[in-house]
Ligand binder design. Sequence first.
Ligand code: KDG
Length: 316
Amino acid sequence: MPEVVTIGESMIVFSPRQNGPLRYVSNFQKRVAGSESNVAVGLVRLGHSCGWISKLGRDEFGACVKREILAEGVDVSRVGFHETAPTGIFFKEIWTGMDTRVYYYRAGSAASFMSPDDLESEYIAAARILHITGITPALSETCLKTLYSALEIARKNDVIVSFDPNIRLKLWSRERAGDIIRSILPYTDIVLSGVDEGEIIFGTASCDEIIDLFLKAGIKTVALKMGAKGCIAATRSERHVVDPFKVESVVDTVGAGDAFDAGFLAGVLEGRPLVECAKLANAMGAFAVTTAGDIDGLPQRDELEAFINGSGRVYR
Ligand code: KDG
């Protein structure tokens, strides 16, 4: 059974081969993307076992998503297929590496039909960590129920719950996102959140206030992502601002948050001190922004260590 179990929708993403408005783009590269499976792949690259629960369309894109995630070494044995609903897709539009937009075509997708019946309690109960995001509850009422059901299973079986709010305002309103996410917090042990998301959840943009409010809501460990400024990692007894790693050029920031989550959770699984978890997280985020795909740039363990130590490697 995998150390980490995650649940969520993955899709085919079409990345433009040129920058600028999509109306002028004729060529795209097809890749696989999805926040939760990105985290799973990141963890597997670092040597941890991970299972991904989802639903795909019984179509070519569904077959492609399952095959790619399986090829990365993630356990896809709990991925089901919907006979008629399609696999979701989306398009990226890139202006500069810092300005990427996404256009979803995922309403009514196979994953939006996930239901509590798709969960196998023993599979979640055997994990050390259940990792979820705020994307899944935004997909449909049945997805929301599925998430609550997974959280109940985790709670009953002392599985650590890790939660990335990952608020996608193209999927739901700020108000609904805030309400639902606040209802998930009591089940959560580790929160991996952006500052902008903290603002939607708590109505303040102050990093310290956001962290205080997460801790007050019962979260044991908070990692507040500040993008190019690194992160703040906190528990009730410690709080550290952890500097980012510098990257030469940013190609695409989408997926950096997932890479961050994978790094942080790897640290937790390895019993590392809080600052080290945050350092691993920042380093993974730095890798992710250097390539166009969500997972293409994610490092293997030795590559990550070499990057953190500043030693680099020479291939001959
Ligand atoms: O974090 C990256 C994700 O946003 C991307 O892979 C697509 O899962 C996705 C989503 O729902 O936006």
